[in-house]
Design a binder for this molecule. Structure first.
Ligand SMILES: Cc1cn([C@H]2C[C@H](O)[C@@H](COP(=O)(O)OP(=O)(O)OP(=O)(O)O)O2)c(=O)[nH]c1=O
Length: 209
């Protein structure tokens, strides 16, 4: 178990069920205090499962897995999240290899795809979810850029094979939706979810951007 920021919350303790450094960074950005407890789950889709059902189920399963495996202590809530891309109703997951990635990027070139991010908050007798959806339009991507981008090492662990927060930004012509949702944790709706559950945001008052 890994500690992140000061965790001495008077009431509820939040546990982020994620290994993603981006999700930790986003939660810290809005001044939430939490602990990190990454879990590994099977992320394969069920037959006939829709993209939104898949992303919501995986967010819930990550939060539930952390809830079950974490030492039994009262007043803990577990936050799980999942992100996938979607093009022509087909899921754009993390690329399995270069060929998978290249074919994905060629299809995304010059077109608009969707990014779905689901967030689940789970505790004893408590479960709430949100689903965030954004549209991302790519400019035309040159063939040589596909290989160069792959060798940067950035696409490998990202849904849709790119990071809008990194080098992948140069492909992004337009977004409609939530930037933080595309990166992996939609902050506006996550903050609402946390507030509803009684977890404070903006704990860090001195924070300067
Ligand atoms: C589209 C896009 C995705 N991503 C990332 C967000 C997610 O971390 C990742 C999708 O994989 P996920 O399976 O959602 O998350 P993860 O494996 O990184 O972490 P964990 O399951 O432990 O929470 O893709 C970006 O960082 N930038 C982007 O622009």
């Amino acid at each position: 178990m890994q500690d992140s920021s000061s965790n001495d919350l008077p009431g509820l303790t939040l546990v982020l069920a994620s290994q993603s450094p981006r999700r930790s960074e986003l939660l810290r950005q809005i001044g939430v205090e939490f602990k990190c407890y990454p879990v590994d789950i099977d992320e394969s889709p069920h037959p006939e499962e829709s993209a939104s059902d898949l992303v919501l189920r995986l967010a819930v399963e990550k939060a539930q897995a952390a809830h079950q495996r974490y030492p039994r202590v009262p007043n803990h809530l577990f936050l799980g999240a999942d992100t996938i891309g979607l093009l022509d109703d087909k899921v754009l997951a993390k690329p399995r290899n270069f060929y998978d990635f290249a074919s994905m990027l060629r299809k995304m070139s010059g077109r608009t795809h969707q990014v779905l991010s689901a967030v689940a908050l789970v505790g004893d007798g408590f479960q709430e979810t949100i689903l965030d959806r954004s549209d991302v339009t790519f400019r035309t991507i040159r063939e040589c850029e596909i290989e160069q981008y792959w060798h940067s090492g950035e696409p490998q662990d990202k849904a849709g094979g790119y990071g809008i927060q990194g080098l992948g930004a140069i492909f992004v012509e337009k977004i409609i939706g939530s930037y933080s949702g595309i990166v992996g944790l939609p902050l506006q709706s996550t903050a609402e979810l946390l507030r509803m559950a009684g977890i404070q945001v903006w704990n860090r008052v001195e924070g300067k951007a």
